[in-house]
Design a protein around this ligand. Sequence first.
Ligand code: JB3
Length: 217
Amino acid sequence: MDTTRTLLLMGGGGHAAVVADAARAAGWTIAGCLDDAADAAATAAVGLLHLGAIDDLARVRVDIDPAAFVHAAHGDPDLRRRWLERVPPDAAATVVHPTAVVSPSARLDAGVFVGPLAIVNARATLETGVIVNSGAIVEHDGHLGAYTHVAPGSVLAGSVKVGPACLIGAGAIVHRGRTIGARATLGAGADAVSDIPPGVRAVGVPARPLVAATEPG
Ligand code: JB3
């Protein structure tokens, strides 16, 4: 275990607290966080020292440790992308909780987070900024597009393909070989027996696109 690495978090809310716990357990030293809205008291409440605003990244990194790694820790995929784009490519940290099981043949790109008790099985590929949250399972040959979030306890069976910036809700299931289109959302507990088209929000068992109620007319 390398205990010399320093990690700076972008974001100081709930997800940052989860990433900080995982990173500490994996041997990182957490320098603190950058957060625009939360003040020092708010980030201290989740155990993080508030070091400045997001715009302070370059200065703070030089001040604390020019070799410090950075992780964009926010649930919103667009914000995570915008933040990660500001991090020098060789400084973007992938954080894996030590209780997670990640196959040696899996590929994790920069800025990925894999939470406690998650499983990423053989030949799965996780593009940049992906979150595989607590206890989620990404089975063999799965592919997760950039900034997708697989929420706690969800299960992607073998060879599932998920596009970028998707949300697979807590406890959802995606059947073997199915495709979830870019920016789609699968609701908590949904059971995706079929492909989900891009941009669609699907819920239920079996999962069906959510259609907004029409105005009475
Ligand atoms: O579902 C789970 C297990 N985790 C969720 C996680 C993946 O995403 C969690 O429940 C939340 O839904 C979310 O966690 P996150 O992103 O840490 O949310 P929150 O606890 O609300 O903290 C967001 C932090 O980002 C706050 O401290 C904000 O001040 C800060 N922030 C800084 N700049 C910003 C911005 N937030 C927003 N929305 N926009 C900004 O520009």
